[in-house]
Design a protein around this ligand. Structure first.
Ligand code: 5AD
Ligand code: SF4
Length: 391
C-alpha cells in the first residue's frame, strides 16, 4: 500500500523497457484495487518519446525525464526547486557509501546507444562543487565515494581552470577514504589516470572500461573512436600500474554487420585482456539510433547467431575470470564491508583490488575486516574468519 510509487528507469536496452511495462501493468492493477494511489515514471524512459504511449496505456500520473526531476518535489506538495541544469543533486548524506554525479549526458554518438538522445550533451559539475560535496559527505560518515558519469573520464572543469578528470580524481582521493569511478570511455582515459589508480592508496584498483567489440571494423561502425590495439595498450598500462587490480568491460554481440571474423576478434580481445568480469549484451535495436536502422537491412545478425556468440563471449570471460580468481586463494586481504551479514552468515565486501568477497563477519557496512581468501568462483571470492577485530 503506497501513496506514490516512483519507477526510476533505464532505457539503454529493450529488456529494461519490457521490465518496466511489467511493473506498470502490476501497478495499474494495484491502483484499481486502491492500494496504490499514484504512479510516477522517472529517468530515461520518462525522457523518451515512448513515455507518452506508456502514460496513456497505464494512466501514469507523472512523467519526468532526466532534466526536470525537481518537479517531483512540486508534485508531492513540497516547494519547487529551481532547475539548475548542472547535476547538483545532493548525495545521500550519512550513508557509508555515496554516489556523486560529476557529469551528465554524453557527447559521443555510438551507433546503438539511446543515451545521447535521452540524456543530452555532456554537462560537467565544477571541481570545487564536487570537492565540497565529497567533503560534506565524508564529514557525515561516508566511507566510500563513487564518482558517476556516463563518460566520467571525459569530465573537465566547466569553470575554465583547465582541470581534467585526472586532477579531480586526485583531489577526491585526498578527501575520501575510499574512491571509485564509473563509467569510463577508452578515448578519454589518460595513462596518468591509470597510474594514479595504482599510486593512491584510497583509490580502489578496479577499472570498468567498456570496449564493446574487439573488431576494428565494428568499432568503426559503432563510432567508438578507437581501434582495438589502442584499447589493448590502455589495458597494458593499467595492468602494469595496478598489478593486483581488476578490470571489467561491456561487450555487445550481434551489432548489425557483425561477421564471424568480427566475433572472433572479440574472442581474441577477451583472451588478451583477461577481464575479471564483463557485462555481455546482445545487440538490442533502440528506435531512433543509427544501428536500429541498420538492423532493418540484410546486415542484421539472426537471433540464433547472436545467442551463440553471446554464450561464447560469456564463457570466455568466465573462464578467464575463474582462473584469475583462483590465483587469489591464499592471499590475505583487507575487505570493505558493503552489505551486512545475511541469512547464510556472510557479509558481502570488496577488496582494495576491487574483488567482490563473501566473508563470515558481523562487521557493519562501512567497516573493514582482514581475512584470508579460501576459495573462489568466477564472480566472487570466499574469505575465511577475519583475523582481529573490524576496523
Ligand atoms: N544494445 C545492446 N547493448 C547496449 N548497450 C548500450 N546500448 C545497447 C544496445 N542498443 C550496452 C553497452 C553499454 C552498456 C551500458 O549497455 O555495452 O556500455
Ligand atoms: Fe552511449 Fe556510452 Fe557511447 Fe555515450 S559513450 S553514446 S553513453 S555507449
Amino acid at each position: 500500500d503506497a501513496d506514490l510509487v516512483v519507477l526510476n528507469t533505464c532505457y539503454v536496452r529493450e529488456n529494461a523497457v519490457d521490465r518496466v511495462r511489467g511493473h506498470l501493468g502490476e501497478l495499474s492493477r494495484l491502483k484499481r484495487e486502491g492500494r496504490v494511489k499514484k504512479v510516477a515514471l522517472t529517468g530515461c524512459i520518462g525522457a523518451a518519446e515512448e513515455s507518452r504511449q506508456l502514460e496513456k496505456q497505464y494512466s501514469i500520473d507523472l512523467i519526468l525525464g532526466t532534466h526536470n526531476t525537481y518537479e517531483l518535489a512540486e508534485f508531492i506538495g513540497l516547494p519547487g526547486m529551481e532547475e539548475t541544469h548542472t547535476p547538483e543533486l545532493p548525495g545521500t548524506e550519512g550513508e557509508h557509501t555515496a554516489f556523486v554525479t560529476i557529469m551528465t549526458g554524453c557527447n559521443y554518438k555510438c551507433s546503438y546507444c539511446v543515451v545521447p538522445s535521452v540524456r543530452g550533451r555532456m554537462v560537467c559539475r565544477p571541481m570545487e562543487n564536487v570537492v565540497h560535496e565529497v567533503r560534506r559527505l565524508v564529514g557525515s560518515g561516508t566511507r566510500y565515494v563513487t564518482l558517476l558519469g556516463q563518460t566520467v573520464d571525459a569530465w573537465r572543469d566547466p569553470e575554465g581552470s583547465g582541470n581534467k578528470f585526472f586532477d579531480l580524481l586526485g583531489r577526491v582521493a585526498e578527501e575520501a577514504p575510499r574512491v571509485w569511478f564509473t563509467t569510463s570511455h577508452p578515448s578519454n582515459m589518460e595513462d596518468r589516470t591509470l597510474r594514479l589508480i595504482g599510486e593512491r592508496e584510497t583509490i580502489v584498483g578496479k577499472l570498468h572500461l567498456p570496449v564493446q567489440s574487439g573488431s576494428d571494423r565494428m568499432l568503426k561502425a559503432m563510432h567508438r573512436g578507437y581501434k582495438s590495439d589502442r584499447y589493448r595498450r590502455k589495458i597494458e598500462v593499467f595492468r602494469e600500474a595496478v598489478p593486483r587490480g581488476t578490470l571489467s568491460t561491456d561487450i555487445i554481440v550481434g551489432h548489425p554487420g557483425e561477421a564471424e571474423e568480427d566475433h572472433e576478434e572479440t574472442l581474441r580481445l577477451v583472451e588478451d585482456c583477461s577481464f575479471d568480469s564483463a557485462y555481455v549484451f546482445k545487440f538490442s535495436p533502440r528506435s531512433g539510433t543509427e544501428a536500429a536502422e541498420l538492423a532493418k537491412s540484410p546486415g542484421a545478425v539472426p537471433e540464433g547467431v547472436a545467442q551463440r556468440r553471446f554464450l561464447e563471449v560469456l564463457r570466455a570471460v568466465e573462464q578467464n575470470a575463474f582462473k584469475r580468481n583462483q590465483r587469489k586463494i591464499g592471499s590475505t586481504e583487507e575487505i570493505y564491508i558493503r552489505h551486512a551479514k545475511n541469512g547464510n552468515g556472510r557479509a558481502v565486501g570488496e577488496t582494495w583490488s576491487g574483488h567482490a568477497v563473501h566473508v563470515p563477519t558481523t562487521a557493519e557496512p562501512g567497516g573493514y575486516v582482514t581475512s584470508k581468501i579460501e576459495s573462489a568462483g568466477p564472480h566472487v571470492l570466499y574469505a575465511g574468519e577475519p583475523v582481529g577485530p573490524p576496523r
